[in-house]
Design a binder for this molecule. Structure first.
Ligand code: 5GP
Ligand code: ZN
Length: 117
């Protein structure tokens, strides 16, 4: 499993940086975002360092499905499954990606605007 010492999410996964871990299993971590953009704002982060969706291939299809299934479960547990929520994956500069380790934002608990800015 690839891990980088200069990657903030790899360091969180390796417990070198503290975080509020909501869920973890052999494939991923879900943590509370440090700067929440909504009442519920989790980050679903694969343990393996993949820089973005540009770095995935067919070998990752189980992981990508797993992320969505766990996200739906977390939305249920956080009480936003009925009110609604958004699962977002920012990729690259125009996508607004700031941490170059693949992750998904689970946002809910307020009405979210569309289209995003
Ligand atoms: P991006 O802009 O790359 O899609 O999202 C990165 C997210 O990671 C941002 O929402 C930011 O608040 C969050 N983040 C950055 N550094 C940390 C950290 O050290 N801990 C936690 N919990 N979240 C972080
Ligand atoms: Zn990383």
């Amino acid at each position: 499993m690839t891990s980088y010492s200069d990657c903030v999410f790899c360091r969180i996964i390796n417990r070198e940086i503290p975080s509020d871990i909501i869920f973890e299993d052999e494939q991923l971590l879900a943590i509370a975002d440090i700067d929440p953009a909504a009442p519920v704002h989790l980050l679903i982060i694969p343990r393996d360092h993949i820089s973005s969706l540009n770095g995935v291939d067919i070998a990752n299809q189980n992981l990508l499905g797993h992320i969505q299934i766990i996200s739906a479960r977390l939305a249920q547990e956080k009480g936003v499954a009925v009110s609604g929520y958004r699962l977002v994956c920012n990729n690259g500069n125009d996508g607004g990606q700031t941490v170059l380790h693949l992750h998904y934002h689970l946002l809910g608990g307020r009405e979210l605007r569309w289209p995003p800015g």
